[in-house]
Every structure is written in structure tokens, then in C-alpha cells.
Design a binder for this molecule. Structure first.
Ligand code: HEC
Length: 217
């Protein structure tokens, strides 16, 4: 009886993902990202569209060895004139030099693409990619930018107190406002679980490159 209960509990833990969390922690314990420093990085094989091959989660393949993505306590976001920061951030958002694989933020996020409905929520909040990649259950906007710097952009995180991070945060904050407006205007957006909610023009279209396209309705 006891053994049966214990076996059941273990099975529940497996199905609840406890084991995979342990796996992620183990992977994080590796000294550094085994993919990142190598010149001939096998992960970088798809510079033009790293999202293309991965139906469920475009960035899911790069979990190993994530550096710390949460803001260190003794650091602060740089301050500055908001308008200037937004402008600088807009330029950086399109700058492929920020990545090591030819991508810019805009490669994925042009026209508010790739954002999921969580993006409309006030920060910090849960983001599926942060949860899956780094075991972070609640993430701030600047931390999310760092995560995209490291995972899809395959680059080093920006300095926590840098103007660049402040600028990208300011610009992305403006994008969040646009996203909210767009989501509010979109009848599909009312459903919080709808992964296609962000696409104003045609929320449910079967675009081949659309990460939502595989979803059966
Ligand atoms: C290869 C594609 C790709 C690139 C390049 C990329 N991202 Fe992302 N980003 C994603 C995906 C996919 C998500 C959605 C993750 C989720 O919701 O699980 C995302 C989510 C986000 C979010 C919102 C998360 C939320 O729901 O709150 C922000 C903010 C963000 N990215 C900023 C950036 C910035 C800034 C850059 C450039 C430094 C960047 N991204 C580069 C793919 C990318």
C-alpha cells in the first residue's frame, strides 16, 4: 500500500514536470553555454530564420547553460529622457549587431509578431519561454529582454545598468502599449489563452511562419 502510494506520488511528480525542472537546473549548472562561445556554433545553423523549424516554441532548443537572467540586486536600470531612450531603443531593436546570428529583435518582433498574450499584462508576469528556458516563473521587462538577447539572439546579456538596456526597455514598453491597443481591438484577444490573439489583421490565419498556425481550433 505504501509502496503503491509512493510510486503514484513519483508518477505525479514526473507528470507535473518536477523531473524536467531538475534537468533544467542540471543543465544550468554546466559552466557556460556549450553552444555560445564556439565560432562554428551548431546552434547557429539557421541564421535567417531560427524560428522556422520549431513548431511548438521557436526558441525551445537552446536551454543549456543559461546565464543568470534575473537582475542582480545591486544594479538599476539606467535613467534618461524617456523620449530619447525610446528613440535609441527603436534603433537598437533593428540592429543586427546586437546578436551573433544575424538577427535583430525586429527579425521576430516586427509588427508586434511573436508576442504572446502575456505581453499585455503588467510586469512582472509569467512568460512561457522564460519558464521553459530558465525556470523563471515571473519575469520583469528588462529581464525578458536579456532572455531574448541570450536565447534567440545568441548573444551576451547587456550590462544591467547600460543605456542600451534602458533604451530597449523604454522602446519595448511602448510596443507593449501598442500591443494592448491592438489586442483590445481584436475580438479574438478577449480569450486570454488564445495564442493568436496578437495578430490584428488575421488572427487565425495559417501563415506558414506563424507559430500559432499549428494550433487546431
Ligand atoms: C528568434 C526570434 C526572437 C528574437 C530575435 C527576439 N525575440 Fe523576443 N520573443 C520571441 C518569442 C518567441 C517570444 C514569446 C515568448 C513567450 O511568450 O513564451 C518573445 C517574447 C518577447 C517579449 C515579451 C514577453 C512577454 O510576454 O512579456 C519581449 C519584451 C521580447 N521578446 C523582447 C525582445 C527583444 C528586446 C529582442 C531583441 C534584443 C528580442 N525579443 C528578440 C522571439 C524572439
Amino acid at each position: 500500500m505504501f509502496a503503491k502510494t509512493a510510486a503514484l506520488a513519483a508518477a505525479v511528480m514526473v507528470s507535473a514536470g518536477v523531473v524536467s525542472v531538475g534537468g533544467a537546473a542540471g543543465a544550468m549548472a554546466q559552466a557556460a553555454n556549450p553552444c555560445a562561445p564556439k565560432a562554428a556554433n551548431p546552434c547557429a545553423a539557421k541564421p535567417m530564420n531560427p524560428c522556422a523549424a520549431k513548431a511548438a516554441n521557436p526558441c525551445a532548443a537552446k536551454a543549456a547553460g543559461m546565464p543568470e537572467m534575473l537582475r542582480p540586486k545591486d544594479t538599476k536600470l539606467a535613467t534618461g529622457d524617456h523620449k530619447q531612450l525610446v528613440e535609441q531603443g527603436e534603433a537598437l531593436f533593428k540592429d543586427t549587431k546586437l546578436s551573433t546570428n544575424g538577427m535583430s529583435c525586429n527579425s521576430c518582433h516586427a509588427d508586434l509578431e511573436a508576442f504572446q498574450p502575456t505581453f499585455a499584462q503588467p510586469y512582472p508576469h509569467q512568460v512561457a519561454m522564460a519558464n521553459e528556458q530558465a525556470g523563471i516563473s515571473s519575469i520583469a521587462l528588462d529581464e525578458m529582454i536579456q532572455l531574448c538577447m541570450v536565447v534567440p539572439m545568441e548573444a551576451k546579456p547587456l550590462k544591467w545598468d547600460s543605456k542600451e538596456l534602458a533604451a530597449l526597455t523604454a522602446h519595448t514598453g511602448e510596443l507593449q502599449k501598442q500591443y494592448r491597443k491592438q489586442a483590445a481591438a481584436n475580438p479574438c484577444a478577449a480569450k486570454p489563452a488564445n495564442p493568436c490573439a496578437a495578430k490584428a489583421a488575421n488572427p487565425c490565419a495559417a501563415k506558414p511562419a506563424n507559430p500559432c498556425a499549428a494550433k487546431k481550433w
